[in-house]
Design a protein around this ligand. Structure first.
Ligand SMILES: NC(=O)c1ccc[n+]([C@@H]2O[C@H](COP(=O)([O-])OP(=O)(O)OC[C@H]3O[C@@H](n4cnc5c(N)ncnc54)[C@H](OP(=O)(O)O)[C@@H]3O)[C@@H](O)[C@H]2O)c1
Length: 324
């Protein structure tokens, strides 16, 4: 039998119940992984709340790292005992064991622990496509990254700084401002109490920014647009404060012929080649020390609800893990 967290209805963290199910078996092109560490991501809260509707009842979670326990008949490039991780569907990573398609597995470099992998694959590959594929950030550029002390944010700021960019990070508290500075932000703005576009104007001597990375969504949308220079790009990649809705496209013209994209990780890692090349690029930053991970807390699998409560209450800085 395998213990896993399931949801039967959309709603708050209390919807997540620990269930016991028969052992899953891999199909021909699948692998069964015994998890050592499970990653908690903001998207899991959207699946739980119903913001991103999924068929119910369902497992929950998209990211874990562990050891292969069984491989399907047509899997040739992976074997029992291999160390792997993943950060994609099928949903159901909050579990002791889980079956995924073999071509979604990421081989873990020897020097990367299961904990570090589960704390960083989904977030790190997201940063990879944001700053290396959507808008390849060059040395000397000034860019803004919202929620700089979050899980995605701390990885992004360190990587951007290592690329030679000047990073402006926004945060919602003084302790998070310290974390953002330690992660390489040259400037930190308290978006809860400061006027972000005014500070951006001042920092950039009136030039404003070529790109803003915004995973906060509803509350930061107006300040993100107002921080961009003519023909700048807003990369709106998340909804931590709620989704951006009812957008009048004319606002992009009025504010300087701006560009907006609303991307997801899965479209940038759709093939095994794209997935592995993004993973190699990201793991390189861990292995050469330019990105250091901050694991804020590790919760028992059965206590996934507390992890969600802490994440949604903005209490956390860095990554959260579940231990099966
Ligand atoms: N599109 C993609 O491919 C993709 C992939 C991965 C993640 N994401 C998105 O990236 C964002 C960050 O993900 P994460 O897992 O690393 O989470 P996180 O950044 O660790 O947590 C979210 C942070 O957002 C900030 N925030 C601002 N307003 C908030 C509000 N009303 N409620 C809750 N938080 C608020 C908080 O930081 P402060 O306290 O400093 O304000 C909070 O810590 C999420 O929106 C997620 O959905 C998107």
């Amino acid at each position: 039998m395998v213990k896993r967290i399931e949801i039967a209805g959309f709603g708050g963290p209390e919807q997540m119940i620990l269930a016991e199910r028969p052992d899953p078996r891999p199909g021909a092109d699948e692998i069964l992984i015994r998890h050592h560490a499970i990653g908690v991501n903001y998207i899991d809260t959207y699946h739980r709340s119903g913001l991103y509707p999924i068929p119910l009842p369902s497992g929950i979670g998209l990211e874990a790292a562990g050891v292969i326990e069984a491989v399907g008949a047509s899997v040739t490039d992976l074997k029992e005992g291999d160390r792997v991780g993943y950060c994609s569907g099928p949903i159901g990573a909050y579990a002791e064991r889980h079956v995924i398609k073999a071509n979604r597995a990421i081989r873990l470099p020897e020097r990367i622990s299961y904990e570090d992998a589960a704390a960083s694959m989904l977030k790190g590959l997201t940063v990879q496509y944001l700053i290396r594929q959507i808008y390849p950030v060059a040395a000397g550029e000034t860019v803004l990254f919202h929620a700089a002390a979050g899980g995605v944010g701390l990885i992004a700021c360190q990587w951007l700084a290592a690329l030679g960019a000047t990073v402006i990070g926004t945060v919602g508290s003084e302790s998070k401002a310290e974390a953002a500075k330690a992660a390489g932000c040259a400037h930190v703005i308290r978006y809860d109490i400061e006027d972000v576009p005014a500070r951006v104007l001042e920092i950039t001597n009136g030039a404003k920014l070529p790109v803003v990375f915004d995973g906060v969504g509803k509350t930061t949308w107006p300040m993100s647009l107002d921080s961009l220079r003519r023909r700048g790009l807003l990369v709106s990649f998340g909804n931590a404060s709620g989704p951006v809705e009812n957008v009048n496209l004319g606002v992009l013209a009025a504010k300087g012929s701006l560009f907006v994209t609303r991307p997801t990780l899965f479209d940038y890692t759709a093939t095994a080649e794209a997935l592995n090349s993004a993973a190699d690029d990201f793991f390189g930053t861990l292995l050469d020390g330019s990105v250091k991970l901050n694991i804020h807390a590790t919760y028992p699998l059965a206590d996934a609800a507390t992890a969600h409560r802490d994440l949604e209450a903005r209490k956390t800085s860095g990554s959260l893990l579940l231990k099966p």
